[in-house]
Design a protein around this ligand. Structure first.
Ligand SMILES: Cc1cc2nc3c(=O)[nH]c(=O)nc-3n(C[C@H](O)[C@H](O)[C@H](O)COP(=O)(O)OP(=O)(O)OC[C@H]3O[C@@H](n4cnc5c(N)ncnc54)[C@H](O)[C@@H]3O)c2cc1C
Ligand code: FES
Ligand code: FES
Length: 470
């Protein structure tokens, strides 16, 4: 849906659209929607921010800011696309966010402004009376090179006190009715040299990946889309999991949470907030809102990135990963899932369907750490998920020290762990254990940090863990 109405898209040579055309490029080719801008084409600058409206279970519309440069067109199916052109009132007046940006002098060259306005539109639709800190978090994915952020934050707070005049494109009730009428059926798009499947059920998806084991599976596509936008690859066959509701389910009993692989990072933050606070800490510095609104838990595990933020956390909590094919379902311990550089236990006919996360015992202390050059929207130089279980005398019963960024894959520091087991949780034990870090890891030097920095930081994180938990 665009401009308050349903839109049917034709793919193929007549329209010039392929299923992996990005929403950004689609909009930039529409004369009426060129407010959206391309800065980086990789999710880092927010100039391309648009808003997606989706029906919730309560039949209301939920608005999320997303980077249109990372979004493949079929991902819009059954959703509303809101662009900066849609914000003006029926009488043609500026939206309160736009008015506040003018009144607070929040724009100079204006290149970032449409993206900032869209981030703030989604933010203010979802939060009443926001704090300055919340406004800062909502804007962490938007770069402004010339104005400076103070007037922009001021505009966010100013706009939150104003009421908006809804237009056809922003009237939730009207949009909800239209979205309800869009059929939920599976989609398959074929153009010369490319096929795109968006199955509606897990069963259908499993049979597709069995038939087409070489197809590229995506969910949020925040990782895979870069192959198209940066490496200009044509992906011959994409299977998009984003409409399979079962993958977004979370179930819990007394001792475990089973979290669907399709749960988006921002939703995951709510899921883990009570029983897994250290997980929440890591997710707070995961990308920025536009990324967390679309990236998924399963996609993060699926990348098997040695600097991915989530695997060290899952290992610390003793999680298991569920893999399902059309023939069978199996579980793999998170610390055994990655087998080498970007190699995993996952087979081509399987999907990662869920993560089983045990609630830690009251004797467990868990912490997570991310070392990066910036707090927000940065790749880790190294990251860590640590857990320690102490017995009644304060002796270490069990210990897990999982690191990202220290080897070709996320890895536990087994020798360091061994040196701590059976010892009291004291500064002396930590100082002794730190000597083993250099034997566990021989990290590389790259643009994010030298091998020496990584080794020193990895040692220091154990001391920080002790300091935070003793
Ligand atoms: C600007 C930016 C910032 C980022 N910041 C961070 C960050 O702070 N921390 C971090 O860890 N990562 C970060 N990432 C990387 C990426 O966003 C995450 O890894 C994200 O969780 C991937 O999820 P996705 O659903 O978008 O994955 P996709 O791109 O859809 O898929 C990624 C990989 O996983 C596979 N896959 C996806 N779902 C499944 C499944 N269910 N079963 C089997 N395989 C599957 C795909 O085939 C693909 O190989 C960032 C990326 C960008 C562009
Ligand atoms: S163009 Fe920079 S985030 Fe999309
Ligand atoms: S106003 Fe120029 S980049 Fe923000």
């Amino acid at each position: 849906m665009l401009d308050g109405a349903k839109v049917d898209l034709d793919f193929g040579s007549s329209s010039g659209l392929t299923p992996t055309s990005t929403v950004l490029n689609f909009l930039r080719n529409l004369p009426e929607h060129r407010g959206v801008k391309e800065g980086c084409a990789e999710g880092d600058c927010g100039a391309c921010t648009v808003v997606l409206g989706e029906l919730t279970e309560g039949r209301k519309i939920r608005y999320r800011a997303v980077d249109s440069c990372l979004l493949f067109l079929p991902m819009l199916h059954g959703k509303q696309l809101v662009t900066v052109e849609n914000l003006k009132s029926p009488a043609g007046d500026l939206h309160p966010v736009q008015r506040a940006m003018v009144d607070s002098h929040g724009s100079q060259c204006g290149f970032c402004t449409p993206g900032i306005v869209m981030s703030l539109f989604a933010f203010l639709r979802n939060s009443r009376n926001p704090s300055e800190e919340e406004a800062r978090n909502a804007l962490a994915g938007n770069l402004c090179r010339c104005t400076g952020y103070r007037p922009i934050i001021e505009a966010a707070i100013r706009a939150s006190h104003e009421s908006e005049q809804v237009s056809m494109a922003t009237d939730g009730a009207h949009i909800a009715e239209l979205l309800k009428s869009i059929p939920r059926k599976s989609i398959s798009i074929s153009v010369p040299g490319q096929r795109y499947d968006q199955p509606g059920t897990l069963k259908e998806c499993l049979s597709l990946i069995k038939r087409f084991p070489k197809a590229v599976v995506v969910n949020g596509a925040t990782d895979v889309a870069l192959r198209v936008t940066k490496r200009y690859e044509t992906l011959p066959h994409v299977i998009d999991l984003s409409r399979i509701e079962m993958l977004s389910k979370v179930t819990r009993n007394k001792s475990t949470y089973t979290i669907g692989s399709g749960v988006k990072i921002n939703d995951l933050m709510n899921v883990v907030s009570d029983d897994f606070p250290a997980f929440g800490e890591m997710l707070r510095v995961f990308g920025a809102d536009q990324i967390r609104n679309i990236a998924t838990l399963g996609g993060n595990i699926g990348t098997a990135s040695p600097v991915g933020d989530i695997l060290p956390v899952l290992i610390a909590y003793g999680a298991k990963i569920t893999l399902q094919s059309s023939r069978r379902t199996r579980t793999v311990r998170a610390d055994e899932f990655v087998t080498g550089y970007r190699r995993t236990e996952h087979r081509p006919d399987e999907l990662i369907t869920s993560v089983v996360l045990p609630v830690p015992s009251k004797h467990s202390r868990v912490r997570t750490y991310k070392v990066s050059k910036r707090r927000d929207l940065d790749i880790a130089t190294l990251s860590a998920g640590f857990r320690i279980d102490l017995d009644a005398r304060g002796i270490i019963d069990d210990v897990v020290l999982a690191y990202g960024g220290m080897a070709e894959r996320t890895k536990r520091a087994h020798l360091t762990e061994k040196s701590l087991k059976g010892m009291p949780w004291t500064r002396g034990s930590v100082e002794r254990a730190q000597r083993f870090v250099g034997q566990d890891f021989q990290p590389i030097t790259d643009v994010r940090g030298s091998a020496e920095f990584r080794t020193v930081a990895a040692k220091n994180l154990i001391m920080k863990f002790w300091n935070d938990t003793h």
